[in-house]
Design a protein around this ligand. Structure first.
Ligand code: NAD
Length: 321
């Protein structure tokens, strides 16, 4: 069995490799070659932790396994380690034998950023010049860094519930040589691409605060009850997702479907656009919305990619298991 510890991931994994892995697995999901298993998520009654498993099988990439992990709210304060903790386990699909164990913390951020970037590549207008961020936490910086590679953006604008966190975004914009401007929510209409990545449980962005032709990636809503945008925005937009079942139950579409504004059949797989079986954006003034809920197959895809890189670079630890 191969072990790739968390400490090695930053030097091994690139944004490009994460993007390629996620784009391929979204395509495989839409063509029926890959499927996710039902998600298990439990409050374990210890340390206020939420723990669970996300798994799946990709027949095209021959990737089988699961990500185990969750959220321990007291970690940082009591133990000096980050609150989100996860590990990916890969198995040989021919034999069921354990194949690899890979640190999953940084990979989670990279695969989540890759998902919104894949949506921008396939759905945003080519002439988008301003990117708008809603959210400025840990994931937001990964999201912005990756998104900036998808179009020739000239400016970053941002809004956050906690304005004191906005310098996190400004720093990433500066690294890319772009100006950053903090805006009120009404100012977000200037953006041709918007990413929302917050832990909000109420709609932040109104349906009329988004300009015609915008692509918006809603990435924060991954649990029942969470919400980032007015459900009326999903009615106004053409809606895409990583996985329809998750989008309508734990994703942003849970609210628009729950209130009858749209139905399950209005939610399209992004993988179908990648495969060319859905046309994607068809008009310049169309609003496209990607509901990124986060699927286990994304974790497996980036973990498999990092194992290949670790083996190629002689960094993988091999144990007899
Ligand atoms: P974080 O704690 O670092 O940042 C949280 C962000 O949400 C900050 O911008 C904060 O200001 C904002 N926020 C907090 N309370 C808010 C409120 N009441 N209203 C509006 N905004 C509020 O968290 P993070 O690690 O950046 O994660 C952000 C979100 O992304 C979480 O909800 C997390 O579950 C989700 N997430 C989704 C995926 C996916 O695949 N879709 C993957 C990882 C994380």
């Amino acid at each position: 069995m191969i072990i790739v510890p968390e400490r090695e991931i930053a030097d091994l994994m690139t944004r490009e490799a994460a993007f390629d892995a996620v784009e391929k697995v979204f395509a495989a999901m839409a063509s029926g070659d890959a499927y996710n298993f039902p998600v298990v998520r439990e409050a374990i009654g210890h340390e206020d932790a939420l723990y669970g498993f996300k798994g799946g099988f990709d027949k095209a990439g021959l990737t089988l396994g699961l990500k185990a992990g969750g959220y321990w709210p007291n970690n940082l304060e009591k133990k000096g380690i980050i609150n989100h903790q996860s590990t990916v386990f890969l198995f040989d699909p021919d034999t069921g034998k354990a194949k690899a164990m890979v640190g999953g913390n940084l990979l989670t951020a990279l695969r989540t950023a890759a998902a919104s970037s894949v949506s921008i590549k396939h759905l945003a207008r080519k002439d988008a010049k301003v990117i708008g961020m809603i959210g400025a936490g840990h994931q937001a910086t990964f999201q912005l860094r990756s998104a900036l590679e998808q179009r020739d953006f000239e400016k970053v604008i941002g809004w956050n519930f906690h304005p004191e966190m906005l310098p996190n975004l400004e720093k990433v914009a500066e690294e890319a040589g772009l100006p950053f401007e903090a805006v009120e929510l009404d100012g977000i209409h200037e953006a041709g691409v918007i990413i929302s990545i917050t832990s909000s449980f109420d709609a932040i962005l109104g349906a009329d605060q988004v300009s015609a032709g915008t692509h918006i990636a809603c990435m924060g809503t991954d649990t029942k009850g969470k919400q980032e945008v007015d459900p009326a925005l999903l009615k106004r937009a053409t809606v895409f997702t990583d996985e329809v079942a998750q989008s309508i139950s734990i994703g942003e579409a849970q609210h628009a479907v729950g209130s009858g504004l749209i139905t399950e059949s209005d939610v399209n797989q992004l993988g179908a656009v990648i495969n060319g079986t859905h046309p994607g954006r068809t008009r310049a003034e169309e609003i496209t919305l990607f509901d990124g809920t986060g699927v286990g197959l994304q974790d497996l895809a980036v973990a498999a990619s990092v194992v290949d890189l670790a083996v190629a670079q002689g960094i993988a630890i091999e144990v007899d298991f």
